[in-house]
Structures are given as structure tokens and as C-alpha cells.
Design a protein around this ligand. Structure first.
Ligand SMILES: Cc1ncc(C[n+]2csc(CCOP(=O)(O)OP(=O)(O)O)c2C)c(N)n1
Ligand SMILES: [Mg+2]
Length: 1037
């Protein structure tokens, strides 16, 4: 079987036998010669493919010659056609072909045997006798060029990637017909064994020659084999950019590139020792604990460390990592360098947690560490972002955090901050958020300037085989959509892995684009340490049990070649084992577990040293009138000269100017004022989501477009004050999961930014449900990490159908953690305490001023909580939905409840009904009350902050109207909206002495009807009930 790939392709009956150890490089001379002419099947395979523009410059001197639409990938027939056409009439072909053939004829050495015409030549072509030796020379050169290209494109299909040798990494044992895996394949190119020793000019699209410009065919094939078909499989030829392809070719093809100094080899061995012995140590001490060990992919530790070393060498100072369960503890210990005792004490079930919150399992926690990189001697900050079990959910979060860190450092090119994402093979292929995250990678407001992706491709997902887990050949194919090169590598060849990782880091630094390293490995144990893999993968695991661990293989190699001695190797192991033992000893002294030691994004200076808020008050959120006026003026102007805006927009700006003069704001202007005033105070504001720049409802217009100059835009918000903080407003890709995750990560980086994500319509947030359920609602409880992200969710029943109506308030409220049954103590700081204790804030503002205040409060609070805002649609233009400056000037604040202030409030004892409501339905209720003339009998009070529930204010309101029936009115169906949330809380306040009656739509399956008439009928029905003062007579509760 020493014939390597050739043997594999044709003769090997049992793939397990040949796959490992390293295959010797294909030796052409040992192959049987099968002199076959190009048969019909092979001719069929000559159908043109891989059509691409490429250039071929004469290696020695000649000018660049461009071949229009030439088939670079393996068809000589097109070139033959060109050639024969040129022979007949040089003017009949493009001048680039003319000059090429002319040059080739001039350079053709004499004395070559007269070639026979290939069998694929159509009959209409010139007879064999008319063909010259130049013709054969050209054809053979073109054939060799095609052959080189075939290896570059398809060599990875036969690369020896699987350490077990039982699976094909591309899920297919098919051997591409244009690779010379057996000698008869030469016929595919109309070449014969006799051609093997002929010299061929090398095109500039290969570097296999090193300083040689020509090589024998035998050597060409040997070098291609060794580059493309050994332990590294390269997928890059789909990349559209020729320069990038050249770069990769150079990195891998150049002879002798994979040389390691003995120091590098020893370092690699030491890292493998740590990786392997760490898992061994855990296995010994806690044999029945789940840890999702890295055994079978121990090389991941040196792989990640190489990426970090290399990046640090190129100037990176901050690396943000995201990764799943597999090997996470090992990464914490040996890459991030978390104190081992901190890790070990996580295994002690008796330790008491010192922090508030519910905590998380050890393989989900995050970490942040600043240290010196020992290889480069430079400072480096490493953070591993905490994540839920939900695989790949952390990807966009890491990217958002990375983007923010780059932004705050002014690192627009990503030269200082970068991200690394580690993935499992099954999850990378299966989870859609991976695709969504890739699609953010090159968008100006979302790019992190390249991410290095590392796949732990253990060729299994829990109990599922790859063939059942994906339809793509490789788990990595999703990366092709963004033209990211993919480097597959056999994880049992540590030097190949290290080389690939260092090229990946260089790629990222050179092109600022994503790159994927696919570590093809195996999983030595079950999915976790308690799992029996033989139930489902018996044969695979039989092979795995026979598999010699990579550390042993590599140590044997280095000992054999004299790089280390056995004694040194054993000492290295003993040294690390001692480190672990000592840390274990220390971990036993720990009595308390601090989850805050596992914080991935500390906010220096924001909290006290103990991690507490610096105060428990919130300053008032109003601002001086001159600031309001100034923002209003800028919002209604075009700050750039000679900038022509649309006439419709001029009208909108004039409207803003009028409102400013009249000292009023609508929704959009209130938002402008909130953002603008925060920018003035040095708070960066970022608003992201689909079509947010204009606003889905065409109300925002934060980006003005010059009507005469393409792509000339202006963001007046960035022209407010000379020293203001920057404002970013960005239309996102059409993704919720990816983009919301991204913004959450962005908000993680600093407390001094207002980061908002707006759903196009509120109901679309459910495609980002994982981010909401796993990160936003409980991130602080699990990971003691605050986050002030704001979700803007357009919501309201307006007859638009079952979609586009409900932002599903019930879901957010159901996940709110304030206790419905606990009657709170109304201390002086109740309002702010309640906010501090809650997991998130849910509001539905009915006035622009209140929206303004709640946005500002978000930043002025001494801590951070996610804020969910149900935002209006029709209210954006409702004439009544306006606020006076009086409600926004200094001294004013957010109103958690807006009490009735009309006629009924002036004589509350006479009021028969007090309606509580939230949001837009207020305006319907007021209109109906007025049309029925019930202003004195019915009071309407608005709940603006729904959660945490303003027990104190609601109590005051209820007490103010002692004789009134209490009603909760909502436009949503009864099983949706707010009713289930507010009802028990009202009961708690009222001591169950008074009922709170429900008025609203009946329970339903869909959030809204698709029939406009049905919508109006149900609206009328519940409005009638709201003002029917006899509606609840005689009813008990
Ligand atoms: C979104 C999601 N779905 C399902 C699971 C359950 N689950 C945990 S690990 C796993 C298999 C993961 O396989 P792979 O990505 O190949 O990683 P490996 O465990 O092999 O390293 C599954 C299905 C999960 N954690 N997240
Ligand atoms: Mg896997």
C-alpha cells in the first residue's frame, strides 16, 4: 500500500489499513503503466468547467497575457479550438490568444517528437498531418496547467484528513477523475508515462517550483500530491479574488514551507502535554463528572495558541473567543490561563455561591484575562464569552462584542482586536445562525475584519453520524458563501495543524476576512464522559480504541528525530501534573464560589470594587430647553452644503421645524432628542435593525440621501455638537437571530453606550428567540453580567393581520422575575430597587415624552438592565400622540404610570369605573369615552412601565377612586398581551378585596384577525364593554 493515494483510489479494500501513519508521497515510478488513449468516458470529462478569468504571465519575462473566458480548470478543448482557429487565421482569435500562440511557437524547442492529434479533436479540425510540434507542446503545457489547477481545486477530496482512516471527510469516497491517483489517469490529459520525465514550464498560478521555472511532470505531480493530498486539504479556489488565491497557493505550495525549528517543535509538544494531561487529570479526579473532554482533538490547544501567538506578533492585543462545550475547560486552563484552582473548585458540589443569581454549569462560564503572551512578550487580553447550551448562539454575540471593542479603540481595520470562534462539526453545519453570522462578516457596520473559525470536526454530533447530520460534503461548506478559505487538516498531524493555524492568522491579518480551520479529529469518549458511544458507533469506536493518542505519536516522532529525549518528555509531563496537583490542593481550601470571577466583560469603574452600583438613585431625565431646541433644529436641517434631499423629506423636516417652534415633539422627534442628548453627554448610540435608517414606517429618516449624487449621505445626528459621541445607525441584513445577538454582544462591551435593536415588526423577534430566552432575560442571573440592550418592538392591533401585529408582550412578561404575590415594602428607593432586582424592564409608552425619558433613564441608571419597548405604528402620526417640551425639560422624568388627569380625576369619589390600560389602546378609549360623554364617570390610567410592576403607583391610583369598578382593558386577545401578568399583581395590591375586570378581545389562537372588518367589529365590541357601566353588574370574581 505504499503507493499512497494511488493505491487508495484503485486497490485498497480496507480503508482502515492504509490511512495512518503518514502516507509516503506518491511515487510515480512505482506505478503500473496503463497506456490508454483517452476513452469516451474521459472525453466526456473534458467538458469545460471552472470557467474563470485568469491571467498567465510568462514566468521568465513576457508581458501579461489575459485569456478571455479561458477554461482554467481542465479543459483543453476550448484552447484547442482557439489554437486551430489561430492556425487557420491568427486574426480570427482575440489578440491575447494570438500573442500567446505566437510566443509559444517562438519558444518551442526543436527536436520534440511529432505529436499525434488527441482523440477528442473533432473531425472538422485540421488533419493530424497539419499539426505541428508546437501544437503538441502547447497542448501538453495546457494539459499540465489544467492538471495543476485540478489539484488546486480538487486535491482536498483525496487528502488524508481523517486520523481514523474510516470516514471520508467530504462524505464521499469518490476520487476526482482529473487527479493522477493512478498512472492511467495521465490519459485524461492525453499524457503518457513517457511524458513524466519531460520538463514543463510552470504557470504563475503555482508556486510548486520554488525558484525553478520548470519541472518534470513527475516532480510536478509529486509536489502537488504533497501540497494538496496529504494531511492538509485546501478549499480556496472558489474565491473570486485572484490575489487571494495566489497568496494561499504561495503559502502552501512553496517547497519547504512547513519547516519547524526544534524550539517550535518542543513548544508544540509542551502544549500538547498540557492539553492532554489536563483532561487526564480531570478524568482521574472526577471520573464521573461531565466535562466534555477534548480527547481526540487535543491539538486544539496548540492550534488556538498558535493563532493567538501569530496574531499577537502581528499587533493584535485583544482576542475575543466564543466556543461550545467541547474542550472548554481545557481552553480556560491552557489558552486563557484561568487559575487552575478556580476551575477545579467548580467541580466541588459543596461550594456555596457568593454572588446573586442562579449561576451556570462550569462549561458555560466566561472569562476575561489580561496577560503577557510568552511567545511574543506582548500584552494580550483574552476573553471567552459565556454562552448557553444552545450551540452557535454565541457566534453573533462574540462578533458584536468584537466590533464594539474595535469601535472604542478606533481600530477600524481590526488590527488590534479580533475574534476566534470555535465550533463543533454538527453544529456548524446544522445551525442557521452560523450562516447569519457569516453574512454579517463583510457589512460595514457589522464587520469584525475577519474571524478565525476553528472546527472541532470529530465527525460526530452526540450520537449522529455526519451522513445524517448534513447534506453538504464538508461541515464547513457554509463558509464558502463569504469566500472564506477553508483549511482542512488531519488533527493527528500536529505540525500540519500548527502550520495551517499560522497561515489562517496571517490570512486574517492580510485580507481582514474570515478563514476556517477544520480540525478533522475524533472523539475518544462518548458525547460526555458518562456516555457509551459503542451503542451507536460500534465500528468507529473500535477503531478509536485502537488509536494511539496524538501526544504519544508526536513525542515518539520528536524522540526518534532527536528533538527531545524521552527523559525531557517525561519531565514535561511530570511538571504539568505537579502544577495540577498543587492547584487541586489549593482548590480544596476554597469555601466560596465567586461567579463574578468568571465575568467575560468587566466594566472598569462602572461599579464599586465589590461589583455594586455606585448609587441607588436615578437622576431626573429631563434636559434644558435650549438643548431640546438645538436638537430639534438640527433634526429639521440638512447640515451639509449642496445636498439635495427629496421634496417629501423636506416636508417632513419642515414639520420637525414647526414642532420645535411649537415646543412639541412626535415620536420620531422625541427619539431624536433622546439620542441627541445622550450623544452630547458622551454616550455612544447605536441603532441597528432592518431598515432602521429610514424607519420601517418612514418616520425616522436618520440618514439623508442626496438625490443627485449616488451614495452621498448625511446623518444630521452626527452634526449636533463638535465634541459629541458618535452615532451609528445601520440597516442590518435580513436577520433577527444574528443581528440581535450581535447587538447584545455590542452592548456587552461598555455600559456607556445606548445600543438598540429594532425589529421590523415586533413579531419578528421570535426568530431571535434564543437570544432573548438564553441571553437577554437571564444573562445576569447566569453570568453576573449586566447588559443594557434596548429592544424596540413595533406592536399594535391595527387590522394588519395575524402577523405584523403583536410583539408578544405576554412572552416577555411571563419571563419577568418580579413576584406577583409578594406585597412589596414601599421604601424610598422602591422604584430604583425594583429596577435593580428585575431581570429586564418592559415598557409600553403612550407618549413621545415618556419614550424620550425611558431611553435616557436606561443610561442614567447606575446599573444596566435590558429594556423591552413595545413601540407604536399608527401612533407615530397620531395627532394626539405628541408631547410638549414641558414634559421633557429639566426636572421631568419617566412616568411609570400616567394617571388620569381629566374631569374624573378632579372628582374621583364620583367615578364609577377606573380603566387601566397600556399603549395605543389609550387613544381609542379616550375617543370612545368622549363620544359617549363619560369623562366624569370613567377615569383612564395608563400603565407605562409594565414590568417591574409599579405596585406603589397602581395602589395609589386604585385608592384614589374608592367607589370605582376597576377594569383592565387591552386590545390584545385575553390569552395574550398583559392580562395574565397584571391580574395577580392587581390582586396582591387590592388584597383580593376588589376585582379587576377584563375587557379586551376574547382568547384566540392567532394574535390578530386577517379580516379588517372582523378587526373593527372586535374593536367596537370591547370598546362598548369598556364603557358599559353595567357590564359587570351581578358578576362575582
Ligand atoms: C441548538 C442546540 N441544539 C441541540 C443541542 C443538544 N446538543 C448538545 S451537543 C450536541 C452535539 C454537538 O455536536 P457537534 O457540534 O459536532 O459538537 P461535539 O459535541 O461533537 O464536539 C447536541 C445535539 C444543543 N446544545 N444546542
Ligand atoms: Mg462533533
Amino acid at each position: 500500500m505504499s503507493e499512497g493515494v494511488a493505491a487508495r483510489a484503485s486497490f485498497c479494500p480496507d480503508p482502515v489499513v492504509y490511512a495512518f501513519p503518514l502516507l509516503p508521497v506518491f511515487r510515480m515510478s512505482q506505478l503500473r503503466l496503463l497506456t490508454s488513449r483517452l476513452g469516451a468516458q474521459a472525453a466526456r470529462l473534458l467538458v469545460p468547467h471552472d470557467i474563470q478569468m485568469f491571467s498567465w504571465r510568462s514566468r521568465s519575462s513576457g508581458p501579461q497575457t489575459t485569456f478571455p473566458n479561458s477554461r482554467g480548470g481542465g479543459s483543453s478543448s476550448y484552447m484547442e479550438e482557439m489554437y486551430f482557429a489561430w492556425l487557420e487565421n491568427p486574426q480570427s482569435v482575440h489578440k491575447s490568444w494570438d500573442s500567446f500562440f505566437r510566443k509559444a511557437s517562438e519558444e518551442a524547442p526543436s527536436g520534440l517528437p511529432q505529436p499525434q492529434p488527441p482523440s477528442v479533436v473533432p473531425e472538422s479540425r485540421p488533419a493530424a498531418s497539419s499539426r505541428t510540434k508546437t501544437s503538441k507542446l502547447v497542448e501538453d503545457h495546457l494539459a499540465v496547467q489544467s492538471l495543476i489547477r485540478a489539484y488546486q481545486i480538487r486535491g482536498h477530496h483525496v487528502a488524508q484528513l481523517d486520523p481514523l482512516g474510516i470516514l471520508d471527510a467530504d462524505l464521499d469516497s469518490f476520487v476526482p477523475s482529473d487527479l493522477i491517483t493512478t498512472i492511467d489517469k495521465l490519459a485524461f490529459y492525453d499524457l503518457r508515462e513517457a511524458d513524466l520525465d519531460k520538463e514543463f514550464q510552470l504557470p504563475t498560478t503555482t508556486f510548486i517550483g520554488g525558484s525553478e521555472h520548470s519541472l518534470s511532470l513527475r516532480e510536478i505531480i509529486r509536489r502537488l500530491e504533497s501540497t494538496y493530498c496529504q494531511h492538509i486539504g485546501l478549499e480556496f479556489m472558489f474565491i473570486n479574488d485572484v490575489e487571494q488565491c495566489q497568496w494561499i497557493r504561495q503559502k502552501f505550495e512553496t517547497p519547504g514551507v512547513m519547516q519547524f525549528s526544534s524550539e517550535e517543535k518542543r513548544r508544540l509538544l509542551a502544549r500538547l502535554v498540557r492539553s492532554m494531561r489536563f483532561e487526564d487529570f480531570l478524568a482521574r479526579k472526577w471520573s464521573s463528572e461531565k466535562r466534555f473532554g477534548l480527547e481526540g482533538c487535543e491539538v486544539m490547544i496548540p492550534a488556538l495558541k498558535t493563532i493567538i501567538d501569530k496574531s499577537s506578533e502581528m499587533g493584535i492585543e485583544n482576542v475575543i473567543l466564543g466556543m461550545p462545550h467541547r474542550g472548554r475547560l481545557n481552553v480556560l486552563a491552557n489558552v486563557i490561563r484561568k487559575d487552575l484552582e478556580q476551575i477545579f473548585c467548580q467541580f466541588d458540589p459543596k461550594l456555596e455561591a457568593a454572588d446573586e443569581g442562579s449561576g451556570d454549569v462550569k462549561y458555560h462560564l466566561g472569562m476575561y484575562h489580561e496577560r503577557i503572551n510568552r511567545v511574543t512578550n506582548r500584552n494580550i487580553t483574552l476573553s471567552l464569552v459565556a454562552n448557553p447550551s444552545h450551540l452557535e448562539a454565541v457566534d453573533p454575540v462574540v462578533q458584536g462584542k468584537t466590533k464594539a471593542e474595535q469601535f472604542y479603540r478606533g481600530d477600524a481595520q481590526g488590527k488590534k482586536v479580533m475574534s476566534i470562534l470555535v465550533h463543533g462539526d454538527a453544529a456548524f453545519a446544522g445551525q442557521g445562525v452560523v450562516y447569519e453570522t457569516f453574512h454579517l462578516s463583510d457589512l460595514p457596520s457589522y464587520t469584525t475584519n475577519g474571524t478565525v473559525h476553528v472546527i472541532v470536526n470529530n465527525q460526530i454530533g452526540f450520537t449522529t453520524d455526519p451522513r445524517m447530520a448534513r447534506s453538504s460534503p464538508y461541515p464547513t461548506d457554509v463558509a464558502r458563501v463569504v469566500n472564506a478559505p477553508i483549511f482542512h487538516v488531519n488533527a493527528d498531524d500536529p505540525e500540519a495543524v500548527i502550520y495551517v493555524c499560522s497561515v489562517a492568522a496571517e490570512w486574517r491579518n492580510t485580507f481582514n476576512k474570515d478563514v476556517v480551520v477544520d480540525l478533522v479529529c475524533y472523539r475518544r469518549r462518548g458525547h460526555n464522559e458518562m456516555d457509551e458511544p459503542m451503542f451507536t458507533q460500534p465500528l468507529m469506536y473500535k477503531q478509536i480504541h485502537r488509536q494511539v493518542p496524538v501526544l504519544k505519536k508526536y513525542a515518539d516522532k520528536l524522540i526518534a528525530e532527536g528533538t527531545v529525549t524521552l527523559q525531557e518528555f517525561e519531565e514535561e509531563i511530570a511538571k504539568y501534573d505537579r502544577i495540577c496537583e498543587e492547584a487541586y490542593g489549593r482548590s480544596k481550601d476554597k469555601k466560596i464560589l465567586h461567579i463574578k470571577h468568571w465575568l467575560d466583560s468587566p466594566w472598569p469603574g462602572f461599579f464599586t470594587v465589590d461589583g455594586e452600583p455606585k448609587s441607588m438613585t436615578c437622576p431626573t431625565t429631563g434636559i434644558p430647553e435650549d438643548v431640546l431646541t438645538h436638537i430639534g433644529n438640527v433634526a429639521s436641517s440638512v447640515p451639509l452644503e449642496d445636498f439635495k434631499i427629496h421634496t417629501g423629506l423636506s416636508r417632513i423636516l419642515r414639520g420637525r421645524a414647526d414642532m420645535t417652534k411649537e415646543r412639541t415633539v412626535d415620536w420620531a422627534l422625541a427619539e431624536y432628542m433622546a439620542f441627541g442628548s445622550l450623544l452630547k453627554e458622551g454616550i455612544h448610540v447605536r441603532l441597528s435593525g432592518q431598515d432602521v435608517e429610514r424607519g420601517t414606517f418612514s418616520h425616522r429618516h436618520h440618514v439623508l440621501h442626496d438625490q443627485e449624487v449616488d451614495r452621498r449621505t448625511c446623518v444630521p445626528m452626527n452634526h449636533l455638537w463638535p465634541d459629541q459621541a458618535p452615532y451609528t445607525v445601520c440597516n442590518s441584513s435580513l436577520s433577527e437571530y444574528g443581528v440581535l445577538g450581535f447587538e447584545l454582544g455590542y452592548a456587552m462591551a461598555s455600559p456607556n453606550a445606548l445600543v438598540l435593536w429594532e425589529a421590523q415588526f415586533g413579531d419578528f423577534h421570535n426568530t431571535a428567540q434564543c437570544i432573548i430566552d438564553q441571553f437577554i432575560s437571564n444573562g445576569q442571573a447566569k453570568w453576573v453580567r449586566h447588559n443594557g440592550i434596548v429592544l424596540l418592538l413595533p406592536h399594535g392591533m391595527e387590522g394588519m393581520g395575524p402577523e405584523h401585529s403583536s410583539a408578544r408582550p405576554e412572552r416577555f412578561l411571563q419571563m419577568s422575575n418580579d413576584d406577583s404575590d409578594a406585597y412589596p415594602a414601599f421604601s424610598e428607593d422602591f422604584e430604583v430597587r425594583q429596577l435593580y432586582d428585575c431581570n429586564w424592564i418592559v415598557v409600553n409608552c403612550s407618549t413621545p415624552a415618556n419614550y424620550f425619558h425611558v431611553l435616557r433613564r436606561q443610561i442614567l441608571l447606575p446599573f444596566r438592565k435590558p429594556l423591552i419597548i413595545f413601540t407604536p405604528k399608527s401612533l407615530l402620526r397620531h395627532p394626539e400622540a405628541k408631547s410638549s417640551f414641558d414634559r421633557m425639560v429639566s426636572g421631568t422624568s419617566f412616568q411609570r404610570v400616567i394617571p388620569e388627569d381629566g374631569a374624573s380625576a378632579r372628582a374621583p369619589e364620583r367615578v364609577q369605573r377606573l380603566i387601566f390600560c397600556t399603549g395605543k389602546v389609550y387613544y381609542d378609549l379616550v375617543k370612545e369615552r368622549s363620544s359617549q360623554g363619560l369623562e366624569e364617570q370613567v377615569a383612564i390610567t395608563r400603565l407605562e412601565q409594565i414590568s417591574p410592576f409599579p405596585f406603589d403607583l397602581i395602589k395609589l391610583e386604585a385608592e384614589k377612586y374608592p367607589g370605582a369598578e376597576l377594569v383592565w382593558c387591552q386590545e390584545e386577545h385575553k390569552n395574550m398581551g398583559y392580562y395574565d401578568y397584571i391580574n395577580p399583581r392587581f390582586m396582591t395590591i387590592l388584597g383580593r378585596a376588589r376585582p379587576i375586570w377584563y375587557v379586551g378581545r376574547d382568547p384566540a389562537a392567532a394574535p390578530a384577525t386577517g379580516n379588517r372588518n372582523a378587526h373593527l367589529v372586535s374593536l367596537k365590541k370591547f370598546l362598548d364593554a369598556a364603557f358599559n357601566l353595567q357590564a359587570f353588574e351581578g358578576k362575582t370574581f
